[in-house]
Ligand binder design. Structure first.
Ligand code: IPM
Ligand code: MG
Length: 381
């Protein structure tokens, strides 16, 4: 089958890792007889430089006609002037909002072969398998008023944390559905001891808990959750939370997995793609940013971008076997000892480990897509 993928590489290491995700998808296409047609759009700083706009009309039009979006990363010091008319991040936010992608899924798993890559003890992180559902189109990121102004007594600025019960319910529903297919546990994370929006969030979560007795719901304050993620991360199954809480908690949770360079994400709404058996339209991006400090060196870890492509195969294109094959190839490349520098420097000591750059890491994955028997090597641990 043919699939149209909107490709938005963005800035910094975005283009470097997106390129490898494209190569991995092409290898999947060759093995399984699919054609992925990539339609590239400018976004972020690259788009500001070319058009003055972080999300040009043309890019949005490409997204709207595609089956899914594969996104790299945006931002960088070049566009950091606080007085600038627009920022690269505005392109990403506008894309999430205009495509209605309100549920951001960020799975965090500790691969057995990477248990030493985390600065945390393996007794704490062994067996971690959780998923954060971050609300993505409301809350502190989007609600109005949001502005900055000058007064006779100095500068002022405001952001607003506002939610409707519908916005809260639909993202919690995603969490309930996920929990049901996993270990049946949902942590609803809020700050109900301080914020009115969180008290509404908790009320809605509690009502839904009563309607869904097959899922065990706990309400956790966000500050306590930040602590528990480091103390007992294996207790978490599905976490659902407000936009900004989710942004912060997922960077923290990435430490469990060893590196931000490993973690994929999917952003979903309610629109189904127009393909037989198609899933939800979605945008797929690594959770890491544009990492301007290492951009252009060929050292970035492409696995978060490649894993995001696997999520795209599974969730939007409904290509489950293909997603399994891609994920197996990633695991096999790690099991064979391939490490990008973010993983190597984190304390990997196995003699078999090999530090490689972006392209070589992707090659190791692609080789295992093309030779599936090599993706079945038993894990050394
Ligand atoms: C993320 C990023 C973005 C966010 C930035 C780049 C706007 O940190 O996807 O987590 O804050 O949502
Ligand atoms: Mg973030």
């Amino acid at each position: 089958m043919n699939y149209a993928i909107a490709l938005m590489p963005g800035d910094g290491i975005g283009p470097e890792v997106a390129r490898e995700a494209v190569r991995a998808l092409d290898a999947i296409g060759r093995r399984f007889g699919h054609h992925f047609e990539f339609r590239e759009g400018l976004v972020g700083g690259a788009a500001i430089d070319a058009t003055g706009d972080a999300l040009p009309e043309e890019t949005l039009a490409i997204a709207k006609r595609a089956d899914a979006i594969l996104f790299g990363a945006v931002g960088g010091p070049k566009w950091d002037d606080p007085r600038a008319r627009t920022r690269p991040e505005a392109g990403l936010l506008a894309l999430r909002r205009s495509m209605g992608l309100f549920a951001n899924l960020r799975p965090v798993k500790v691969a057995p072969e990477l248990r030493d890559a985390s600065p945390l003890k393996s007794a704490v992180i062994d067996g971690v398998d959780l998923i954060v559902v971050r609300e993505l189109t409301g809350g502190l990121y989007f609600a109005e008023p949001k502005r900055r102004w000058d007064t006779s007594r100095g500068r002022r600025a405001v952001d607003t944390l506002k939610y409707s019960e519908q916005e809260i319910r639909r993202v919690l529903q995603v969490g309930f559905d996920l929990a049901r297919g996993r270990r049946g546990r949902l942590a609803s994370v809020d700050k109900a001891n301080v914020l009115a929006s969180s008290r509404l969030w908790r009320e809605v979560a509690q009502e839904m808990a009563e309607q869904n007795p097959d899922v065990t719901v706990s309400h956790i304050l966000v500050d306590a959750c930040a602590m528990m993620l480091l103390q007992r991360p294996m207790d978490f199954d599905v976490i659902v939370t407000e936009n900004m809480f989710g942004d912060i908690l997922t960077d923290e949770a990435s430490v469990l997995a060893g590196s931000m360079g490993l973690l994929p994400s999917a952003s979903l709404g309610t629109r189904r793609i127009r393909k037989r058996g198609g899933g939800l339209f979605g945008m797929y991006e690594p959770i890491h940013g544009s990492a301007p400090d290492i951009a252009g060196r060929g050292t970035a870890n492409p696995l978060a971008a490649i894993s995001s492509a696997a999520m795209m195969l599974r969730l939007s294109l409904n290509l489950t076997g293909e997603a399994d094959a891609l994920e197996a190839a990633i695991d096999a490349a790690l099991a064979a000892g391939y490490r990008t520098v973010d993983l190597a420097s984190a304390g990997i000591t196995e003699a078999s480990a090999r530090t490689v750059g972006t392209t070589d890491m992707a090659d190791a994955v692609i080789e295992r897509i093309e030779n599936p028997e090599r993706a079945r090597v038993p894990r050394p641990l």
